[in-house]
Write a protein that binds this ligand. Sequence first.
Ligand code: NAD
Ligand code: UD1
Length: 345
Amino acid sequence: MVNTNAQKFVLVTGGAGYIGTHTCIELLAAGYQPVVVDNLCNSREISLDRVAAISGVKIPFYSLDVGNAEALREVFSRYDFVGVLHFAGLKAVGESVTQPLRYYQNNVAATLVLAQVMQECGVERLIFSSSATVYGDPASVPISEDFPTSTTNPYGASKLMVEDILRDVCKVPNSGWKVCLLRYFNPVGAHISGLIGEDPSGTPNNLMPYVSQVAVGKLKQLGVFGDDYDTIDGTGVRDYIHVVDLAIGHVKALDKLMTEQPCCLTYNLGTGSGYSVLQMVKAFEQAAGVCVPYKVMPRRAGDIAQCYADPVMARDELGWTAELGLERMVADSWRWQSNNPKGYE
Ligand code: NAD
Ligand code: UD1
């Protein structure tokens, strides 16, 4: 059978990272040909060897910083890209508070460079990794795309700034840009092979990698940040989404941009269901068959009680719905962590 998607090269910035690697696999499965650029500031090249082991395809890789226009131009000159998936970014909220200039430089200034090079090269399809953090402390749940936006830290501000910049770029009369801003809720889980997954450097900030590292014996116990929220059991509620579902959401978004007129689209990528910290811990213990000791601690500054998506717009316009439930999220996280107790090391 003729592959109608042949030669559909897609640039994946940050493609060696957690969400990027999973998305490369789904792009290949859909007939796209990813090309990865990554400066490896929060990843290792071995992750792409693992992607090759899973998919049978060795993805072209260029070790470069997205803020380096010359290096980017060189890559753009080699391929006829149909679009760009822009994952490259720094993502630690606490670090962004102590290193704001680094976060704005890397997440905002480097994105400007990428967009300028894209424009020069006539590549005007872009999918941007935004975050539910742009909703700040929402007045109610579920959160739909028309909720007001606000931020409380430089990481969140960097996401909102890039959203604003890209919206402005699309407003230019006769603009050819086709942009999709994807607001992720809480990505967890790993590829079912257990070969790729989340590999945070240092002590994890996020719940799932922390729980996994306690379960595997790398950390002693989980601190539960507050049990006095107005939620089902007092602990924080979030919309955890399997990273493979998230990856497929990107393919659906790219498919849409392939046929769309110039536009700037915004979608939540979440499941629409919320789970508490203690529900996550319990589900993980059941999947892993191990105990995850925890201690209730004070609330973490900046945390909100609950956050989950209204995922209807992505369903209606992208034809995308998250399929993988809580059991798969925790089972796949555990398979990755137990097969790779030291991550990619
Ligand atoms: P990750 O750190 O695993 O992947 C990001 C990749 O980008 C890394 O491989 C890193 O080396 C690379 N990178 C960073 N800055 C770069 C630069 N200037 N040039 C080239 N490469 C660079 O993170 P992830 O979890 O895969 O997140 C991907 C994107 O999704 C990020 O933009 C993040 O802010 C966003 N996001 C993530 C989450 C989450 O919980 N994981 C939630 C919402 C949004
Ligand atoms: C955090 C960031 C958010 C970012 C997202 C994805 C903050 C305040 N928010 O979201 O901006 O987009 O990660 O990177 O950092 N928890 C514990 N113990 C832990 C870790 C977490 O109890 O050791 C709780 C939290 O209080 C929260 C839930 O688990 O209720 C999820 O936390 P986390 O995984 O850090 O995600 P978010 O706070 O939703």
